[in-house]
Design a protein around this ligand. Structure first.
Ligand code: ATP
Ligand code: MG
Length: 645
């Protein structure tokens, strides 16, 4: 099986890298043996502080009580902007690439700084004060970066809601965080279609009694409904605003933002991150995981509505003075070569995307990739789900031309930044493995009774000690924070994911613990079975869940999406079963295979197995929270197919 392949570190990558293998091991050991000394040094190196901290860390996992850099004072927008002005004021901070390839724009650090200061004054004029929550419901336009950093400048806590979410999802998040002010666009473009952003915002706002102000950014410029007593035009307000806005002095532990999780496993949680530790962790991981060097053009395709967009489109790169690309569109518009066209157009060196996009593009065939150059690429990254070895190999060989290491980065909204990952110049790669912990991260695998397992092991993935980027609370519900992450294995941070550790100490994420299937006493991770299914050249994507089975306890139900143009047939089902038997064992053989033209996914592209589980079990009365589904029609389709089986 492909998981036995090993791709050693490339000498030419190691030669230029910030961190090689020896340095990784030495620094990692130091970060574990003297965490406070290690993090103090990093905090001095990566951030500008107005006032130093008195204590590096105070932490009690049992009460969910976590403080980093206590007493330290700083401002995130100063670290992302002001301090770069002398050295790189005229360097491009943001390359914006529109939904349509004819539209792009560039913003220097000086220009971005000016816009941020002006907008910070606009917010202040609307009565926004330190600690107030501001909801940002925007597409991927540069004004989104302006809004985010303007909040950070005046100490307002931003809560970004993905611009593709419905009015209901937006309303729930405004109410939960009790936001008084909302920033939205008139409309947005997505894959050539128009999203009625202001109309959605109006619907949500009508149900949020405390929301008094809506700032509207003209993007398409089409006519929209207007409520003069509540709505403010961004451009008009900016035209009058002063560009002088002294930053608010923030405590390291003052909240920076609230962000709701994807909702793959249940009702989204309002994850609260604070200023000092989060920013340090985002900046440091950005530099080392992507081996970022001055002058690199860096592109993370994530939307700012997800944590990946927070940490690796904006905060991390801007804190490091990087040139970061913001893409408004989708990978398949106007055609399935869009990513690679953008890479060539802007000469992108570092490219970071999600397995869902890689699988979707792989299903379209190699031609869309090979007709582009991609010679500028040096590092590739993956995040969001386990990447199947098959998709990894395609990404590596076809997209990267076997030149670029792939960093498969495991982390969560809750972790603020990447926790388990290769480093390009230090780590030999195994397709499908997130490999080794980042500096300061102590992962462990525990059995269901909470015993820490040594050596080669499989079980629940936990982190035993705090790191600066860790979330501090669930907004407004600290008990839920303790309950969700620290109760199951007292004293340990429980991630909710399962993992294996191999003979080299490499970690393999096996999927959500809730998704583990127990067939006749054998525990099977969904990732492994799905990876076997997608090995078949006709299969684009697969999702596997358990369902109640009278004899085996649980049976295996596989949803399979075929490549463009392939007709489903029974012979194919036979081949797929054979493949699983060969790759894993007869125990993992699916009892049912259902053809799925599409799979239910969150807006960030994660497969929602909890819904597939209900369909497989024919328990379709209550599908749970579906507010974060990208396309609810997919579920109706699957239900109809299920009924026919
Ligand atoms: P919710 O917590 O509301 O169910 P979610 O867990 O999908 O939503 P995120 O924080 O966006 O919300 O996703 C984090 C999860 O994504 C991880 O717990 C893990 O399951 C998965 N994940 C992210 N990156 C990787 C990766 N490189 N390999 C394997 N799994 C990954
Ligand atoms: Mg989660």
């Amino acid at each position: 099986m492909s998981e036995h392949h090993l791709y050693p570190v490339k000498p030419e990558i190691a030669a230029m890298a910030h961190i090689d293998a020896d340095q990784y091991h030495r620094l990692y050991r130091q970060s574990i043996s003297d965490p406070e000394g290690f993090w103090a040094e990093q905090a001095r190196q990566f951030l500008d502080w107005e006032q130093p901290w008195q204590q590096v860390l105070q932490c009690d996992f049992l009460n969910g009580d976590i403080h980093w850099f206590m007493g330290g004072k700083l401002n995130a927008s100063v670290n992302c902007l002001d301090r770069h002005l002398d050295t790189r004021g005229d360097q491009i901070a943001i390359i914006w690439e529109g939904d349509h390839p004819d539209y792009d724009a560039k913003l220097t650090y000086r220009e971005l700084h000016r816009e941020v200061c002006k907008f910070a004054n606009v917010l202040k004029a609307q009565g926004v004060r330190k600690g107030d929550r501001v909801c940002i419901y925007l597409p991927m336009i540069s004004e989104a970066a302006v809004a985010i950093l303007a909040c950070a400048r005046i100490g307002a806590v931003h809560s970004i809601v993905f611009g593709g979410f419905s009015a209901d999802a937006l309303r729930d998040r405004i109410l939960d965080a009790d936001c008084r002010l909302l920033i939205c666009a008139d409309e947005s473009y997505r894959g050539g279609k128009i999203v009625p952003a202001k109309i959605n915002a109006d619907k949500a706002a009508a149900q949020c009694p405390n929301l008094t102000t809506v700032i509207v950014i003209k993007h398409t410029g089409h006519a929209i409904p207007w409520h003069p007593e509540r709505d403010i035009c961004y451009r008009a307000a900016m035209a009058e605003a002063s560009a002088d806005c002294p930053p608010e002095t923030m405590d390291a532990e003052d909240p920076l933002f609230i962000l709701y999780t994807s909702g793959s496993t249940g009702k989204p949680k309002g994850v609260l991150h604070t200023t000092g530790g989060y920013l340090l962790y985002a900046a440091m991981t950005h530099k080392y995981v992507f081996d970022y060097h001055d002058g690199d053009v860096y592109w993370c395709t994530a939307d700012i509505g997800w944590i990946t967009g927070h940490s690796y489109v904006l905060y991390g790169p801007l804190c490091n003075g990087a040139t970061t690309l913001m893409f408004e569109g989708v990978p398949t518009y106007p055609a399935a070569d869009r990513f690679w066209q953008v890479v060539d157009k802007h000469q992108v060196n570092i490219f970071y995307t999600a397995p869902t996009a890689i699988r979707a593009l792989m299903a379209q065939g190699d031609g869309y990739v090979t007709r582009t150059d991609r010679g500028s690429l040096r590092i590739l990254g993956s995040v969001g789900e386990p990447i199947n070895p098959e998709a990894w190999e395609w990404y590596y060989h076809v997209v990267g031309g076997a030149r670029c290491p792939i960093v498969d980065t495991w982390w969560q909204t809750e972790t603020g930044g990447i926790l388990i990952t290769p480093l390009p110049g230090a780590t030999d790669l195994k397709p499908g493995s997130a490999t080794l912990p980042f500096f300061g991260i102590k992962p462990a695998i525990v059995d269901n009774d909470g015993h820490i397992l040594d050596g080669v092991a499989e079980g629940n993935l936990v982190i035993t000690d705090s790191w600066p980027g860790q979330m501090r609370s669930v907004y407004g519900d600290h008990d839920r924070f303790i309950e969700t992450y620290f109760k199951k294995f007292p004293g340990l941070y429980f991630a909710g994911d399962g993992a294996k550790r191999d003979e080299h100490g490499y970690y393999w994420i096996t999927g959500r613990v809730d998704d583990v299937i127990n067939v006749s006493g054998h525990r099977l991770g969904t990732a492994e079975i799905e990876s076997a299914l997608v090995l078949h050249h006709d299969v684009a994507e697969a999702a596997v869940v358990g369902f109640p089975h009278a004899i085996k306890g649980q049976g295996i139900y596989a949803y399979v999406t075929l490549n463009a143009g392939v007709q489903p047939n029974d012979e194919l089902k036979k081949q797929l079963k054979e493949l699983v038997k060969e790759e894993i064992s007869a125990i993992a053989l699916p009892d049912f295979i259902q053809w799925a033209p599409g799979l239910p996914k969150t807006r960030s592209g994660k497969i929602m197995r909890r819904i597939l589980r209900k369909i497989a079990a024919n328990d379709i009365g209550n599908l749970g929270d579906t507010s974060t589904l990208a396309d609810p029609a997919v579920v109706d389709d699957l239900l109809a197919q299920r009924a026919r089986q």
